[in-house]
Design a protein around this ligand. Structure first.
Ligand code: FAD
Length: 518
């Protein structure tokens, strides 16, 4: 059985027994990737439980260096998480809610630590929101059981997605593997279950004795990042400036986006220089904003409050957020994608190149393809890349360079501030044609045409590839091919690592061979 099913069953099997457990002297909420107070299902439930018996709500967050290692979490992301915790600690303190943050070096010790803390605080109820990666699902199942043995109730809730995984099925009762019918089912389900879009109550003020009882937690600060996940001081300053942390920032960004950009999103979203997308992925990944909150706000701003009709920009944006839920459903149902396997077995037969020099050129943004290089430099500088560019560089790596897509997937996770396993894996699977509902393998992006179409004014390239600022007009898309080679060479801009036509033919042949299609 799948880890998601096992957790669901374990929660169901222990439900009655857990409900009977007396509240104790405190109730615990365990924060993970839900670093916000507003509209947080588990936090809200924990607060209600605590309030019903007049006991304090205590919050905890565990920094797990091994989890960071296992998930390839980037220093940018770790830094964002820790900065967010500072904000959260302060906001919770205003409600007299303590936030205990600790580092547990060995991740197998996490469940024991959670139990120990519950004992220390006299808590018999602990709440958290579910994460859909395999290890996390298994850990939570163990915790439900272990807690039950110790007369502690452990409740894990669906919050990160709007519709819980395993809810939507095809006519044959199967998991959807194609986005469009899944999306229609998702919309239908949201219409018929409006509570899935409703906001959760924020936690209430703790009883006055809390300050004194938990003074040791109130007086501690957020620990530093593990040594191998610390950005340099210069990077830290940059990330702090580019990506202010915390849920207030997320709310403000959402409000600005809804006010200024969403209605034209459909026409503008594909142009990387247009600054027309929400730039909220970092917040969805850290949980400083719930996807539910954003979709509800977008719906409320739409004509007749529609999710899938009305203004095309608004419904289009909601549909993009749908991909986020879709990939989490995929991960929960086919957990092997978590183990870096292609979705369809036959794709394991593709013979990849492991050209380290070409890979280094891709990583560093010196492939000689200006649009690819601009995008990779944006990633390396900002910890972020525009969606159109993610597709271009992923296709370029897997097809033009025929480099194993998993190397690119890994590089993204190690550098993205919004790194999210399910979306990243899904995006790479789409672009490399190895995933669920992928781009057909024979559709190979032509980087030059993509560049001309989506950076027609050349702004994006000129911004990120300063060597090409002196190149005149459209030649910037392909300086060596369009008579500006001298200028490009003078400025040290590299020649193409591969000729697109040659790379394309090689990829087509290799995919066909691997898939046994002659
Ligand atoms: P907007 O265009 O404003 O979209 C709003 C939100 O919808 C996004 O914040 C995101 O949560 C969701 N969304 C939009 N497009 C997608 C999509 N294709 N798949 C899943 N969710 C989507 N997104 C991540 O959050 N983390 C990743 O690690 C990640 N890796 C990716 C890797 C590849 C190869 C590709 C092709 C896409 C990846 N994406 C990832 C999806 C997408 O590129 C980003 O979510 C988007 O660029 C974030 O910018 P935004 O917030 O301005 O998006």
């Amino acid at each position: 059985p799948r880890p998601m099913e096992v957790l669901n069953r374990t929660l169901e099997a222990t439900r009655e027994e857990r409900e009977k457990i007396a509240v104790g002297e405190a109730v615990v909420h365990w924060f993970k990737r839900d670093l916000r107070i507003y509209d947080n299902r588990a936090l809200s439930m924990a607060s209600e439980k605590a309030k019903s018996k007049g006991v304090p709500l205590v919050c905890m967050f565990i920094i797990s260096p091994q989890d960071y290692q296992a998930h390839l979490t980037s220093p940018a992301r770790v830094d964002f998480e820790l900065r967010t915790l500072e904000v959260l600690k302060q906001d919770l303190a205003e409600k007299d809610i303590p936030l205990y943050v600790t580092t547990i070096p060995n991740r197998k010790d996490v469940p024991i630590h959670v139990l120990e803390k519950c004992r220390d605080w006299g808590a018999a109820h602990i709440y958290c929101n579910i994460e859909y990666e395999v290890d996390e699902l298994r850990r939570e199942t163990k915790l439900v059981k272990k807690c039950s043995e110790n007369r502690i109730s452990f409740t894990a809730l669906h919050d990160d997605v709007l519709v819980p995984p395993e809810t939507l099925k095809t006519g044959q009762g199967k998991q959807f593997s194609v986005y469009s019918p899944w999306y229609r089912a998702w919309i239908k389900h949201l219409h018929s279950h409006p509570h899935l879009l409703s906001a959760s109550e924020p936690p209430t003020q703790n009883p006055p004795i809390t300050r004194q009882r938990f003074s040791n937690i109130f007086s501690t600060s957020v620990p530093p990042a593990p040594a191998n996940k610390q950005p340099s001081p210069e990077q830290k300053e940059r990330f702090t400036h580019l990506w202010p942390a915390g849920e207030h920032e997320a709310q403000a960004r959402l409000t600005r986006f809804l006010r200024e950009k969403i209605t034209t999103y459909k026409q503008t979203r594909n142009f990387p220089a247009s600054n027309s997308t929400a730039l909220l992925s970092v917040h969805f990944s850290a949980g400083t904003l719930a996807a539910r909150t954003a979709i509800r706000a977008a719906r409320d701003a739409n004509t007749a409050h529609a999710l899938d009709a009305g203004n095309a920009g608004i419904s289009g944006w909601i549909a993009e957020l749908g991909w986020r839920d879709f990939y989490k459903h995929v991960l929960a149902h086919w957990p092997y994608v978590c183990m870096h396997k292609p979705f369809k077995y036959e794709y394991t037969n593709i013979e990849w190149e492991y050209d380290t020099q070409a890979f280094a050129a891709w990583c560093e943004g010196r492939t000689g393809f200006p649009i690819v290089d601009a995008a990779m430099r944006q990633l390396n500088y900002m910890g972020y890349m525009h969606n159109r560019c993610r597709m271009i560089v992923a296709s370029f790596l897997a097809k033009d360079l025929l480099i194993d897509w998993r190397m690119g997937e890994r590089y993204f996770m190690e550098h993205l501030i919004d790194g999210d396993f399910a979306s990243n894996n899904g995006g790479w699977g789409f672009s490399a044609s190895t995933g669920v509902d992928p781009q057909p393998y024979f559709r190979i992006f032509n980087p030059l045409l993509q560049s001309e179409k989506f950076d027609g004014e050349e702004e994006f390239i000129r911004k990120w590839v300063p060597e090409l600022r002196g190149v005149v007009g459209k030649a910037v898309h392909d300086p060596y091919g369009r008579g500006e080679g001298k200028e490009a060479e003078r400025m040290g801009y590299p020649r193409a690592v591969v000729e697109h036509r040659v790379g394309r033919e090689r990829a087509l042949a290799r995919y066909r061979e691997g898939l046994g299609r002659g």
